[in-house]
Ligand binder design. Structure first.
Ligand code: FAD
Ligand code: UDP
Length: 383
């Protein structure tokens, strides 16, 4: 039977003319994808998610290289969190492989654990201290400070100048192009100092890798009939062509406002990927090189993914100032610029700024997810 379109029925023509996306989401990394998923599957909203790259997943994107080895295109990504909510949320889209990350660092010709722990000190100085003795050892080296303001203060006040020079100063100068004394204390405070033998990089309650990789997990998050994904597209190309009601923006905030208050620095990296014809390349998942090379660290992916393969793939990270924005640079003058952009953002109606680039915060993945869930919660209250 022919369909009977009465004057009140929505015909294909009027549908096309009246169709409006409820949300245009800029960026298909964690921040954009979590909000897209929530808006579509929980609030029944129609979402267009746009990314200028040719893939979803943002900086956590992983893929099989030409040798069939799963690698992280933008450097090593290890999932860890203390938030049960975040872990349970992601568990809707992936199974997990339990993985506790461990890092060695190359100091004085030896490979020793980082974060600095009891074994690090004993190996480095050929001693046999116990936990109490190493605590005393740190105290004897520490230069107490009244105010801990910078990243230099964090380390020097705890373990003194020699360990600071060996483990942190060179690495930080390379990574950020700044001395630790010019960086907010929060940067180096990410790496603790321990008096026990715990050699894990993180101590969070939940530590795991998505069993089939990050990209597969993103595919599941975005596989909803109300979500359309548009790649290879800068949102500014389609802003006037595609109707939408509100925007969620996860790109750099200074770019959004055409650098009106000046450029916010984001640190970038060059990634040098290599595959070697040997099953194992190095003795740890990541080895840091604070002093002797232009790169900061080398990652061997098979440790992270658990993949078995006769060859192995690694990546070197070379920090640089220009290029894709990877790290906001935490220091007070940058925070002042950010505050000016935040004031502009707060005054806008119908645009939400979310994520590491748009809120200029040195966030781990789990912090981005928590922030995105919280912003979604605020949007959901209104709709
Ligand atoms: P992004 O992943 O940067 O996504 C933003 C997206 O927006 C990008 O895909 C970009 O292409 C797109 N975009 C920007 N502008 C536009 C535009 N104009 N039009 C269209 N699209 C646009 N976290 C951890 O928890 N554990 C780790 O081990 C870890 N390791 C890391 C290692 C490195 C080298 C780096 C750089 C980060 C690491 N992180 C880690 C942090 C983690 O990558 C971030 O917390 C998270 O990926 C940020 O997600 P996001 O969605 O906010 O931003
Ligand atoms: N850091 C260092 N030496 C190290 C490891 C870290 O000086 O061996 C400092 C450096 O400034 C680095 C920061 O601590 O940028 C945070 O380290 P993390 O491993 O968390 O960096 P990310 O994985 O985010 O690049």
């Amino acid at each position: 039977m022919e369909p009977n379109y009465s004057s009140t029925t929505v015909t294909p023509d009027t549908f096309e003319r009246d169709f409006v996306f409820d949300y245009l989401i800029v960026g298909a990394g964690f921040s954009g994808s979590v909000i897209a998923e929530r808006l579509a599957s929980h609030s029944g909203k129609k979402v267009l998610i746009v990314d200028k790259r040719n893939h979803i997943g943002g900086n956590t994107y992983d893929h099989y290289n030409e040798h069939g080895i799963l690698i992280h295109k933008y450097g090593p990504h290890i999932f860890h969190t203390n938030s049960r909510e975040v872990f349970e949320y992601l568990s809707c889209f992936t199974q997990w492989r339990t993985y506790e990350h461990r890092v060695l660092t190359s100091v004085d010709g030896q490979l020793v654990p980082i974060p600095i722990n009891l074994d690090t000190i004993n190996k480095l100085y050929g001693m046999n201290l116990n936990s109490f003795e190493v605590e005393e050892f740190f105290k004897s080296l520490a230069e107490p400070k009244e105010y801990i303001r910078t990243s230099e203060d964090v380390v020097v006040s705890k373990v003194g100048r020699d360990l600071y020079e060996k483990f942190f100063r060179g690495y930080t100068r390379k990574q950020w192009g700044l001395d630790p004394s010019e960086l907010d204390k929060s940067v180096i405070a990410r790496v603790p100092t321990r008096t026990n033998r715990d050699n894990r990089y993180f101590t969070d309650t939940y530590q795991a890798m998505p069993l089939h990789g990050f990209t597969r997990m993103f595919e599941k998050m975005l596989a909803h009939p109300y979500i359309k994904v548009m790649l290879n597209t800068d949102y500014r190309e389609i802003l006037r062509a595609i109707p939408y009601r509100e925007i969620v923006y996860t790109g750099p905030i200074d770019e959004f406002f055409n650098y009106r208050h000046g450029i916010l620095p984001y640190r970038s990296l060059d990634f040098q990927h290599e595959t070697h014809d040997t099953p194992v390349f190095q003795s740890a998942p990541v080895i840091n090189y604070p002093n002797e090379h232009l790169y900061t660290r080398v990652t061997e992916f098979k440790y992270l993914t658990g993949q078995e393969h006769t060859k192995t793939s690694i990546v070197y990270e070379f920090p640089k100032a220009e290029g894709d924005p990877y790290y906001p640079v935490p220091r007070s003058d940058n925070n002042e610029i950010y505050k000016q952009y935040k004031a502009l953002a707060d005054a806008m109606l119908g645009v939400y700024f979310v994520g590491r680039l748009a809120t200029y915060k040195y966030y781990n993945m789990d912090q981005c997810i928590a922030q995105a869930l919280s912003v979604y919660g605020k949007i959901a209250l209104k709709v």
